[in-house]
Write a protein that binds this ligand. Structure first.
Ligand code: SAH
Ligand code: SF4
Ligand code: F3S
Length: 480
C-alpha cells in the first residue's frame, strides 16, 4: 500500500530531468488502494480528460478515468461541462507541446469565469523542467501539474485542491515503480491496451521519453495475464501489449528471453488477437519470430522503428544498430513469415544530416517497402544530447525532405496495397468510422485500416471483408 503524504501539500515538487536519468537494477512493486475520504468526493461532479501522444498516454488516461469513477465522478461529454479538466500531454516534439499550450492559453477566460473548476496538466510535458517553468510563469490558469509517476496520487491531489483551491505541483523525477491494482475505464470496446513494461533505458540522443517515463521496469507475467483474461471475459477480441521497447521486457526482473516467453504465455490465453508496440531492432530476439510464426493469434505485423538509413546518423542517434543489421533482421523476418507487414518511424533533419544521408533514408525505404511509416522532422528536446549538437540545416530544407519522404512512402504503400484488391481479409470491427457513419472501420490481421459496408450489429466481431478499393493508408470493402 502506498503511504499518502498529507503534510507536504503546499510545497511545489518540481521536475528535475537530471535526477530522472538515474537507473538502478531492482524494480519496486507496490499496490494501490483508494483513500477512504476520496470515495464520495466526486458525487455530482464531472471530469474530462484530453489525451495527446502515444498509447502509453491513452492507457494512463484510462487509469485516471478509472480513478475518477472510483471517486464517484462521471465523465463529461464536453470540456465546458466538466468540473475537472485534465490535459494528459506528450513531450516528444515541440509541435505537440505548442498545441497543448495553445489550448490551455485559450482557456484563460473560461477559467476566470469558473474559478471552481480545476484545470490540470499531467503526462510527459509535466516531467520537463523547462515546460513546468513556462507554465508556472505564463499560464496562471493551470491549477495542478502532476507527472507520469504519480497517477496513483490523483485522488489525494484532488482532495487537497478541493480543500483550499491552492495551486499544486507534484512531479516525481525518479525511476518509477510498478503499481498494480489501479482501476481502469476502457475507451475501446473491441480491443484493450495492456502495459507490459514502463519506461525506457535506451537514451537515443534525440528522445525525451527516458526522462519523462523513468527506467525500464517490467510488470509481472501473472499480472499481465490476469489483465488479458479480464479483457477476454469482457468480450474484447484483441490485446495490444505496450512498452517503449517491448523486446527489453523482463531484463530488469532477470528473465532470460523475457519478451518471447511472455508473448507465448499471452498467446496461450487464447485471446483472438495479440499485437505489441514498440519493438526495438537492437534487442530483437530471433525466438520472438518463432512465436509469431507458431501462434495464429499473434498478428503478423511488426512496428520496427528504424529512424534513419544512414549509419553515421544512426550512430549519432545512439540507436545501437547499423543499416545492414536492420536489413538483416528485416530479411530474416520476411523469410520466415512472408506475409508479415512492416511499419516504422523515421526522423528527417537530425542535426547535421547531409543530403546524401537523407538519400540513404530514401534508399532504405525503397529496400524495405514499408506498409506505413510515421515520419517526423527532428525537434530538439531540452536536456537531451542532440539538443546541443550543431544543427545548420535550414527549416525549409527539413520540410522539403519530409515532403519527399512522405511522397515516396505513400507511393510504396499504395503499390503494396494493390495485392489486397478483391481479396478477403479478416477485420476486427471497431465500430462506425469517425469520418463516415455509413461505414464500419477496423483493422485486418495485417494491420490494414479497412472501411467497409455491412449489416447492423457487426461491432466487436471479426468480419470477413472483401476488398473493393485500395488507397495508400486504407482499404475499402464490403462484409461477406
Ligand atoms: N520507443 C519507441 C518510440 C517512441 S517515440 C521507439 O524507440 O521506437 C515515437 C517516435 O517519435 C520515435 O520513434 C521517433 O521517430 C519520434 N521522435 C522521438 N523523439 C523525436 C524528436 N526529438 N524529434 C522528432 N521525432 C522524434
Ligand atoms: Fe526514445 Fe529511443 Fe527509448 Fe524509443 S528507444 S523511447 S526513441 S529513447
Ligand atoms: Fe509522448 Fe510521452 Fe508517449 S512523450 S510519445 S506521451 S511516452
Amino acid at each position: 500500500m502506498i503511504a499518502m503524504n498529507k503534510k507536504n501539500q503546499n510545497a511545489f515538487q518540481l521536475p528535475n530531468q537530471k535526477n530522472a536519468t538515474k537507473r538502478t537494477k531492482e524494480t519496486v512493486y507496490s499496490s494501490f488502494a483508494l483513500e477512504e475520504d476520496a470515495r464520495l468526493l466526486g458525487r455530482g461532479k464531472q471530469y474530462y480528460i484530453k489525451t495527446y501522444g502515444c498509447q502509453a498516454n491513452v492507457r494512463d488516461s484510462e487509469t485516471m478515468a478509472g480513478l475518477f469513477e472510483m471517486m464517484g465522478f462521471s465523465e463529461a461529454d464536453t470540456l465546458e461541462n466538466a468540473d475537472i479538466i485534465l490535459f494528459n500531454t506528450c513531450a516528444v516534439r515541440r509541435a505537440a507541446e505548442l498545441h497543448v499550450l495553445g489550448e490551455i492559453g485559450s482557456l484563460k477566460h473560461f477559467k476566470n469565469e469558473h474559478p471552481d473548476k480545476l484545470l490540470g496538466i499531467c503526462g510527459c510535458m509535466a516531467q520537463e523542467d523547462a515546460v513546468v517553468d513556462e507554465v508556472l510563469k505564463k499560464y496562471p490558469q493551470v491549477d495542478m501539474i502532476f507527472g507520469t509517476h504519480n497517477l496513483h496520487r490523483l485522488p489525494q491531489l484532488i482532495i487537497d485542491w478541493y480543500k483550499e483551491h491552492k495551486k499544486i505541483v507534484e512531479v516525481f523525477s525518479e525511476e518509477g515503480r510498478v503499481i498494480e491494482d489501479l482501476p481502469v475505464k476502457r475507451t475501446m470496446d473491441a480491443k484493450g491496451f495492456v502495459n507490459i513494461m514502463y519506461g525506457c533505458n535506451k537514451f537515443c540522443t534525440y528522445c525525451i521519453v527516458p526522462y519523462t517515463r523513468g527506467k525500464e521496469r517490467s510488470r509481472k507475467v501473472e499480472d499481465i495475464i490476469a489483465e488479458i483474461k479480464e479483457l477476454q471475459l469482457s468480450g474484447r477480441k484483441e490485446v495490444v501489449l505496450l512498452g517503449q521497447n517491448v523486446n527489453a521486457y523482463g531484463k530488469d526482473i532477470h528473465m532470460e528471453d523475457g519478451f518471447t516467453k511472455l508473448l507465448e504465455s499471452c498467446a496461450e490465453t487464447g485471446i483472438e488477437r495479440i499485437r505489441f508496440y514498440t519493438s526495438h531492432p537492437r534487442d530483437y530476439s530471433p525466438t520472438t519470430i518463432d512465436i509469431m510464426q507458431k501462434y495464429p493469434n499473434v498478428m503478423k505485423s511488426l512496428h520496427l522503428p528504424v529512424q534513419s538509413g544512414s549509419n553515421e546518423i544512426l550512430r549519432r542517434m545512439a540507436r545501437g544498430y547499423t543499416v545492414d543489421q536492420y536489413k538483416k533482421l528485416f530479411d530474416e523476418m520476411k523469410a520466415k513469415i512472408p506475409e508479415i507487414t512492416f511499419t516504422t518511424d523515421l526522423i528527417v533533419g537530425f542535426p547535421g544530416e547531409t543530403d546524401e544521408q537523407f538519400q540513404q533514408t530514401l534508399d532504405l525505404v525503397r529496400y524495405c517497402r514499408f506498409d506505413l511509416a510515421y515520419s517526423f522532422v527532428y525537434s530538439p528536446r531540452s536536456g537531451t544530447p542532440a539538443a546541443s549538437m550543431k544543427d545548420d540545416i535550414p527549416p525549409e530544407v527539413k520540410k522539403e525532405r519530409l515532403h519527399i519522404l512522405n511522397d515516396l512512402l505513400a507511393e510504396i504503400a499504395n503499390e503494396n496495397n494493390q495485392k489486397y484488391l478483391h481479396k478477403h481479409l479478416k477485420v476486427l470491427c471497431e465500430g462506425r468510422s469517425k469520418k463516415n457513419k455509413d461505414v464500419y472501420s477496423g483493422y485486418s490481421e495485417e494491420n490494414k485500416l479497412v472501411n467497409f459496408r455491412g449489416e447492423e450489429g457487426l461491432e466487436n466481431r471479426i468480419v470477413d471483408v472483401e476488398i473493393t478499393n485500395v488507397h495508400s493508408f486504407s482499404l475499402d470493402g464490403k462484409a461477406l
